[in-house]
Design a protein around this ligand. Structure first.
Ligand code: ATP
Ligand code: MG
Length: 217
């Protein structure tokens, strides 16, 4: 599976999800490459922290330019079981290139109405790609959802007339995710992993069809 995380809005949690999806797949024994488009997504920084902490890589991180990605995956798609593509914010060139390469597209967004409204430009690119490529699939993934706030997947997207399905798994705002992003550790490597780990496993199961689906509330 080749999965791309795209959202032109900064700070929505693409890289946190990308490294943890790749990490969970690797922990399940899969050969995984995580692509850092234009070296600007945040993956390189995360992998650097991991190296400095002398932690095993677990999966390959590859920096690739948007221009290279537009020309294909250069064999990566056949050398790995799964390729996860992380994209930088505010780069429609990177998003377009990722959409060309991907089999499935995830648009991570916080679930509040204003964050979803800020996805409009991203959605436009995704909808165009879906029209051009019938085999491509895409979904919104609700991220950084405050704990305790009831999120009904699908509701906000419907209100705004967005046409993408919303993933069943909601990724919550949790300290373990922030710590993972800021230390180079993966969520399962943290003592506080708990329900964050369940969020990641649930999303891996939903997107890549692997493992059990322990969806935490
Ligand atoms: N589920 C979460 N729970 C708590 N904090 C989170 C979560 N997801 C992301 N964060 C925090 O939000 C910030 C932005 O996350 P991240 O870097 O993953 O987003 P991004 O979309 O890749 O941003 P950028 O535009 O910088 O590439 C980071 O400080 C991270 O620790
Ligand atoms: Mg990022």
């Amino acid at each position: 599976m080749i999965a791309a995380l795209v959202n032109l809005t900064p700070g929505v949690g693409r890289t946190t999800l990308a490294v943890n999806l790749a990490g969970e797949l690797a922990l399940q024994g899969k050969r995984v490459a995580l692509l850092d488009v234009d070296g600007a997504s945040g993956v390189r920084e995360w992998a650097g922290m991991r190296r400095r902490n002398e932690l095993p890589a677990l999966f390959d991180t590859v920096t690739i330019t948007s221009a290279q990605l537009r020309c294909g995956l250069w064999g990566l798609g056949t050398s790995f079981d799964h390729v996860v593509i992380d994209t930088p914010a505010r780069s429609s060139a990177a998003v377009r290139a990722a959409l060309l390469a991907a089999e499935t597209v995830l648009v991570p967004t916080p679930p509040d109405r204003s964050a979803i409204q800020r996805c409009a430009a991203t959605m436009q690119l995704v909808v165009e790609a879906l029209a051009a490529e019938p085999m491509l699939s895409a979904s919104l993934v609700l991220t950084r959802a405050p704990e305790g706030v009831l999120v009904e997947p699908g509701t906000e997207a419907g209100v705004l007339g967005l046409r993408l399905p919303v993933s069943a798994v909601v990724v919550r705002q949790r300290l373990a995710f922030a710590t993972s992003r800021n230390t180079g550790l993966l969520v399962p490597e943290l003592e506080m992993a708990g329900r964050a780990e369940a969020d990641v496993r649930g999303l891996v199961s939903e997107v890549f069809g692997l493992g059990s689906v322990p969806v935490a509330g």
